[in-house]
Design a protein around this ligand. Structure first.
Ligand SMILES: [Zn+2]
Length: 475
């Protein structure tokens, strides 16, 4: 066989021509040649533009229904992952879905391709989370978004009340109710984030109760019957105040906040307390009546008191003094004064009244002396805020100042002549047993310790060992 180069020149050209012809025939339909023809057609200015008109894409199929097109399965997968993490972000998890999501590949005309938007896809999917139901006495109260955070949540709620420190040796922390967490699957919008759940536990459960006004009801009594504060009862009845008359049989709403869970803490707390100085009065006949002279200025002392306590949520239910250590002794105030009258005078025949007893606290009376249903109320209750200072009703000597069962933190003052006054439910006592107090001297702060619902001062006037109606003596 001869090689082309061996052929005579004309023959060689012919062979070459034939090859070119053949090539053109074979390749006409190939893209390269189409490209060539486009170029050719464009050059010809014919106006016919022939485009490569199809593209590959995927249908996103949710539960058997085509919801839209995306470029590729990877793009669709990434979009779904993004949606799941964005959906769950507010509650600190990635959302999940049980929806069947598949992709089907297609080739479609470029002109028909519209990318599926994230918001459209998002709206077509149903979401859930694997959460933890927090159950109190077997009742689910809410679902925490992240199941594994259940134990941590309950522990943090206990610590919220326990507050252990160097000054607060917490011996035990427990729940009064049966509390447990249980894995549960819920729709996304029914789960709470960790922070929301903790806040919900701290806030408690707001319940709306319908109450029908009964005979002899007072705002205070309604509060007491429902384990609420007078202020809360009034707040749930806009426009009402202590003086608003209650109509028998009328229905009112009570918005009561009850804790979901009761944290019971037991321990020993160390408080630094003030020892108020005594006021020693010496009669100086060289002074005229009513004239006084401070011979020695008094100064308060300080003591460290150890209390063994039991606390339920933020309320101390019992506490007893374990130990007391004086850090700084108080210096008595010595006052010289001219001859004067006795401030508290009591006469036996006057129907259990004394004169010279002043109001220890300014505020509405929320419960009067006398029978209150089956119980006898031995004093009056004066409404006040936690921490409001109250004063001694008359001058006298502090018989006791400390915890006293249902009375909570209580002060008992002896005014002489068989007259005593008692101040109960205090948040803080500012005097100690043995101290001398003057009329109007701040002796304690209003609280809600002992058997008390809502902050108030329980005030008693005791004459010869019997409680009397304070209103007969108060001026
Ligand atoms: Zn009372």
């Amino acid at each position: 066989m001869k090689k082309a180069s061996d052929l005579p020149f004309k023959q060689y050209i012919d062979v070459l021509k034939a090859k070119i012809f053949t090539l053109q025939n074979i390749s006409w339909k190939s893209p390269k040649v189409i490209g060539g023809s486009i170029l050719l057609l464009l050059l010809m200015g014919s106006g016919i533009v022939y485009l490569n008109s199809t593209t590959s894409a995927v249908y996103v199929v949710v539960n058997g229904e085509k919801v839209g097109l995306l470029e590729s399965q990877q793009q669709a997968g990434a979009m779904i992952d993004e949606i799941l993490s964005e959906k769950g972000a507010p509650i600190g998890v990635a959302a999940k879905t049980h929806d069947s999501i598949t992709f089907s590949s297609v080739r479609i005309k470029n002109s028909e391709y519209r990318a599926l938007s994230k918001s459209t896809l998002e709206a077509d999917i149903a979401y859930y989370v694997d959460g933890a139901a927090v159950k109190v006495n077997n009742e689910p109260i809410f679902v925490l978004a992240k199941a594994e955070d259940g134990e941590r949540l309950l522990k943090e709620f206990q610590e919220y009340y326990a507050k252990p420190s160097e000054k607060n040796q917490v011996a035990s922390v427990s729940f009064e109710e049966e509390v447990e967490t249980e894995p549960v699957e819920v729709p996304l919008d029914q789960a709470l984030s960790y922070e929301q759940a903790l806040e919900k536990l701290k806030q408690g459960n707001l319940q709306k109760i319908e109450y029908t006004i009964q005979e002899n009801d007072s705002w205070w009594l309604i509060a007491r019957k429902n384990d609420m504060k007078t202020k809360e009862v009034l707040a749930s009845n806009p426009g009402a105040n202590e003086d608003t008359i209650l109509k028998l049989g009328k229905k009112i709403t009570l918005e009561k906040v009850a804790p979901y869970i009761t944290v019971v803490c037991e321990g020993v707390r160390t408080d630094i307390e003030t020892i108020p100085f005594d006021v020693v009065t010496k009669t100086d006949s060289s002074l005229s009546s009513g004239q006084t002279n401070v011979k020695q200025a008094g100064s308060d002392g300080e003591k460290e008191v150890q209390y063994a306590y039991v606390q339920k949520n933020d309320k101390v239910v019992t506490q007893t003094v374990k130990d007391e250590k004086v850090l700084k002794t108080a210096v008595s105030q010595i006052i010289e004064k001219g001859p004067q009258q006795v401030t508290v005078a009591y006469s036996r025949g006057s129907g259990s009244t004394v004169s010279g007893v002043s109001w220890p606290l300014r505020g509405p009376i929320t419960s009067y002396y006398g029978y209150r249903h089956s119980e006898f109320h031995t004093g009056i209750d004066i409404d006040g805020d936690q921490g409001d200072p109250y004063t001694a009703a008359a001058a006298g000597k502090v018989v006791s100042a400390g915890w006293s069962g249902n009375y909570g933190n209580t002060i008992l003052i002896d005014h002489g002549n068989g007259v005593m006054t008692r101040y109960a439910h205090s948040s803080k006592l500012l005097v100690s047993a043995g101290a001398r107090v003057t009329k109007g001297q701040t002796i304690g702060l209003v609280g809600s310790t002992g058997r008390s619902t809502g902050s108030h001062l329980h005030f008693e006037v005791i004459i010869n060992g019997d409680t009397t109606n304070p209103l007969n003596s108060l001026r």
